[in-house]
Design a protein around this ligand. Structure first.
Ligand SMILES: *[C@@H]1O[C@H](CO)[C@@H](O)[C@H](O)[C@H]1NC(C)=O
Ligand SMILES: *[C@@H]1O[C@H](CO)[C@@H](O)[C@H](O)[C@H]1NC(C)=O
Ligand SMILES: *[C@@H]1O[C@H](CO)[C@@H](O)[C@H](O)[C@H]1NC(C)=O
Ligand SMILES: *[C@@H]1O[C@H](CO)[C@@H](O)[C@H](O)[C@H]1NC(C)=O
Ligand SMILES: *[C@@H]1O[C@H](CO)[C@@H](O)[C@H](O)[C@H]1NC(C)=O
Ligand SMILES: *[C@@H]1O[C@H](CO)[C@@H](O)[C@H](O)[C@H]1NC(C)=O
Length: 507
């Protein structure tokens, strides 16, 4: 077994793009603002100051306080709440053209609804002004897993239709106060996996699930709630987007979209069953959100398999969701096998996973390391799939990056290899007509990671958590990205490493 999977890992990772893009540089892409390069973060994962200046807990705080991030919390995190000035300076020094961050809803509007917190307003105004004054575009996400705990307590958050009104009012505060400077709004970060962890397996916040699909939840229904939460998320997105288009877009001239998590699925075997499972995987993971957004309804296979457990769109709802975006954001990390599991449809008690009738299997090249197999060709396939099946909408790669053990070496060659490979694939896709408009590395600096707490990290900058100053230290990948962004003439990776090998160690 081990030998087989290592061999497949090798095959998966070497498939590469055409040699016409072997040597490439930043200016081979359209120049900013037509195409931007940046890096990403999210509020709870970097801000810290969790109980400061009027912020109240989100469902992530509750989860962290219960010990689920391996004992870690975002109480301090990177302390970005206090260090935003030096962080923006570092972004400018690195050469970032854009920075993607999220607003903490419960910092801006402490109970999720009602009065705005002036200190929260001040913080985001300061951060945005700082970015603008350094020539860095702010790309802002409104919901990045951190629903205010107060709304979860009051009516169950995303499982209630009441969320549509409160989310829209929150979005309105953001558009009104920040929209003169923020031109790129993303309503939701990867809701397609947020609802699976939060409402099916119950593994992640808000930890709703039911037996036998999830084991440890005190409330929830894994058979229905992933579909219900998704429906309310789509309606909330559409409502905020409609508000933006109606009241703000003409004057502010910005754009609004939504973000999804994307594996590229790959059949486990060449059998027709696994080929069909692969298509079903695409329909369940992307089509579930993209079909309503582009065509106004869920994919047929999702409706058929979920039956009466999936809410249906009224004609008005369908019209409001259809076309309610200017761009789609993707968080792409790696490829996953898709394997037929049609037998799951024989059970009458099913959750989303059973309805999909397929199994995903993430490949690991090295079981004892956090690293993802490097499969940039999956990104190229994803973009081609969007072109052929969804009308080639504008796309931002909102997250892409390599995970390593947090304390591994600053000389993160595997991250450099990963990033370079993906940017190269992206260039090939752009040259072949993809409407991609930007690329953001996850993450700018080592953050609180939602799967592994502080044990793994994705940052270009390392932070030693035992250092009281939480100094940001550049990894090799920070140097490489900076070189890529500033140099007009990037040659080979080996050439770069060669040219850096003296300078790097002396920094
Ligand atoms: C459920 O909770 C028990 C006890 O807290 C724990 O040992 C177990 O790992 C949990 N199972 C899951 C699937 O989270
Ligand atoms: C989940 O909801 C369905 C549909 O309303 C219902 O048939 C089922 O019994 C519920 N399951 C649980 C565990 O409450
Ligand atoms: C696998 O990962 C571990 C931990 O990062 C590392 O020590 C080991 O050398 C790796 N093995 C291979 C074959 O790369
Ligand atoms: C990382 O390094 C710090 C300080 O050197 C140490 O306290 C911590 O235990 C290390 N963490 C891991 C996961 O090795
Ligand atoms: C390039 O685009 C064409 C037209 O969409 C498509 O047929 C072809 O497969 C694409 N090539 C790659 C490598 O994606
Ligand atoms: C740019 O790279 C090419 C090789 O790709 C090399 O021939 C040329 O001299 C380089 N120019 C500069 C200014 O470094």
């Amino acid at each position: 077994m081990l030998r087989v999977s290592l061999l497949l890992c090798f095959l998966l990772t070497i498939k590469s793009v055409s040699s016409s893009t072997d040597n490439f540089c930043r200016d081979d892409f359209p120049l900013a603002p037509a195409f931007v390069f940046g890096a990403s973060s999210s509020a709870y994962q970097v801000e810290g100051a969790a109980g400061e200046d009027g912020r109240t807990p989100s469902i992530l705080d509750t989860y962290a306080q219960a010990g689920h991030f391996h004992g870690a919390t975002g109480d301090v995190a990177c302390d970005a709440y206090h260090k935003y000035k030096e962080d923006v300076q570092l972004m400018a020094d690195t050469g970032l053209e854009a920075y993607r961050f999220s607003i903490s809803w419960s910092r801006l509007i402490p109970n999720g609804k009602g009065p705005v917190n002036p200190k929260g307003l001040q913080y985001y105004n300061n951060l945005i002004d700082q970015l603008i004054s350094h020539g860095i575009q702010p790309h802002v996400t409104l919901h990045h897993s951190d629903l205010p705990q107060a709304l979860d307590d009051e009516y169950g958050g995303w499982v209630s239709r009441k969320i549509v009104k409160d989310f829209t009012a929150y979005a309105d505060v953001c558009f009104k106060n920040f929209g003169d400077r923020v031109l790129h709004w993303t309503t939701m970060n990867e809701p397609n996996v947020f609802v699976l962890g939060g409402y099916d397996s119950g593994f992640s916040p808000p930890q709703r699930c039911s037996i036998p699909f999830g084991l440890n939840c005190s409330r929830g229904n894994s058979s229905t709630e992933p579909y219900l939460a998704t429906h309310n998320i789509l309606l909330s997105h559409a409502s905020a987007a409609r508000l933006y288009k109606k009241n703000y877009q003409d004057k502010q001239r910005g754009f609004i979209g939504i973000n999804l998590f994307a594996f590229w699925f790959f059949p486990q075997t060449k059998t027709i069953e696994d080929e069909l499972a692969t298509q079903r995987g695409l329909d369940f993971y992307f089509g579930w959100y993209l079909n309503p957004l582009v065509f106004g309804d869920y994919p047929d296979v999702v409706k058929t398999n979920a039956g009466s457990r999936i809410p249906f769109f009224t004609r008005l709802e369908s019209q409001s969701v259809k076309g309610s975006f200017d761009f789609i954001g993707f968080n792409y990390y790696t490829v996953s096998y898709a394997e037929d599991n049609s037998i799951s449809l024989k059970s009458t008690n099913r959750d989303y996973i059973a309805d999909s009738a397929m199994k995903t299997r993430l490949l690991k090249c090295n079981e004892s390391s956090f690293e993802y197999p490097i499969a940039p060709w999956g990104l190229q396939r994803l973009l081609e799939y969007m072109k052929q099946n969804y009308g080639n909408p504008p796309i931002y790669i909102h997250e892409n990056g390599q995970q390593t053990a947090r304390n591994s070496s600053l000389e993160d060659r595997s991250r450099v290899k990963y990033l370079r490979g993906h940017i190269q694939s992206l260039l090939a896709a752009v040259r072949n007509g993809s409407n991609a408009r930007g690329y953001f590395i996850w993450s700018f600096m080592d953050s609180l990671e939602l799967l592994n707490g502080y044990e793994s990290s994705f940052g270009l900058y390392y932070i030693d958590l035992d250092d009281p100053d939480l100094k940001r230290q550049p990894k090799l990948s920070a140097h490489w990205y900076s070189h890529f962004l500033k140099s007009k003439n990037l040659t080979s990776l080996d050439g770069f490493l060669e040219s850096l090998s003296h300078g790097y160690h002396s920094q």
